[in-house]
Design a protein around this ligand. Sequence first.
Ligand SMILES: NC(=O)c1ccc[n+]([C@@H]2O[C@H](COP(=O)([O-])OP(=O)(O)OC[C@H]3O[C@@H](n4cnc5c(N)ncnc54)[C@H](O)[C@@H]3O)[C@@H](O)[C@H]2O)c1
Ligand SMILES: [Zn+2]
Length: 362
Amino acid sequence: VGASASGRQQADDPAVVQVFVDKGVVDTQPDLLRAIDAYFDAHANLTSLATPPAIVPGGESVKNDPDALEAVLRRIDEARLCRRSYVLVIGGGAVLDIVGFAAATAHRGVRLVRLPSTTLSQADSGVGVKNGVNRFGKKNFLGVFAPPWAIVNDTDLLATLSDRDWRAGFSEAAKVALVKDRLFFRQIAERAAAIRERNMGIALPIVRQSAELHARHIVEGGDPFELTHARPLDFGHWAAHKLEAMTDYRLRHGEAVAIGIALDATCSALCGYLAWDVAAEICDVLGALGLPAYDEALNDTERLLDGLEEFREHLGGRLTVPLLRGIGESFDAHEIKAARVREAVERLVATCKVRQPQRAAS
Ligand SMILES: NC(=O)c1ccc[n+]([C@@H]2O[C@H](COP(=O)([O-])OP(=O)(O)OC[C@H]3O[C@@H](n4cnc5c(N)ncnc54)[C@H](O)[C@@H]3O)[C@@H](O)[C@H]2O)c1
Ligand SMILES: [Zn+2]
């Protein structure tokens, strides 16, 4: 079929595809593997499976495990993929990141098709150009910018997501609304309860709008590979990445982003850029979405502050942290005083700790 006897693919051969699936999806959607086989059987004139789908453990721990990366690369090798072959990955942001990194580096780049299976990956990471894994206790220390060949947001995949992971994705929707689209933030605020309760008719258009805003920023923002300092989509992320590492990834990325948003909104108010009632409203909306604005790890503020320098190193050049002047209006701050962060943490501890949402078991 797709691959010739020598393992090399001819230009007019059917497309050879190696599928990788998040174990969390396989466990909750047992018919999926059969459906994949049936799909490739039905389209055998156009495409073929290189080897049976490979199952990849889901969640952040896979990005911390060098053996997991090796296993994905080994499967790409065993499947005899070439640069005209395709890696198709179905999964949450963590599995998309590790498989995307392997695909981008094997043979200097095998074509990648993503089917994101979480709200976060459909609303944000799946439509992006970044791939990577964690090393040395640092998020995404190893990684590449590599645009995928295609992305398919199939919302049916979301049905089996846990409530915790369902909610976590909406912090990225809130983030992109806060930095780019005031009206969108209003919609999220008004619909927060229905989103949290998984009302699909209301929640899915929010996921879609978030994906569109993220994709538009990459395509039209003029800096898809982040060569300049401006990175508005990293709002709330300097603290988020540090909090994930500080909690040994007990916090989901989306939960850590919610706390990072609350912290940077509070810093924006403390520095006099943002009205206090707006900062308070942002924390309220996160709470209404069922997202935390506080975690006990914040109390180790000195360690948290190391996150600012790590963020600068990761992005390169001058420290650039997006802050807010209003909803939908971000700007780049090049300095955040440690004293301001300490004060912001104290305020979050005082105000948000008491109304922290119940976190479901993972
Ligand atoms: N590359 C980027 O631009 C970018 C952007 C944002 C976030 N990220 C990364 O994405 C990751 C977070 O992704 P996430 O929020 O999707 O969480 P995740 O990938 O950690 O998945 C969370 C859990 O959900 C399970 N799961 C996935 N889909 C499921 C489904 N449909 N049904 C049942 N269970 C399912 C997984 O197995 C896992 O246990 C972080 O590593 C973050 O750094 C990357
Ligand atoms: Zn993020």
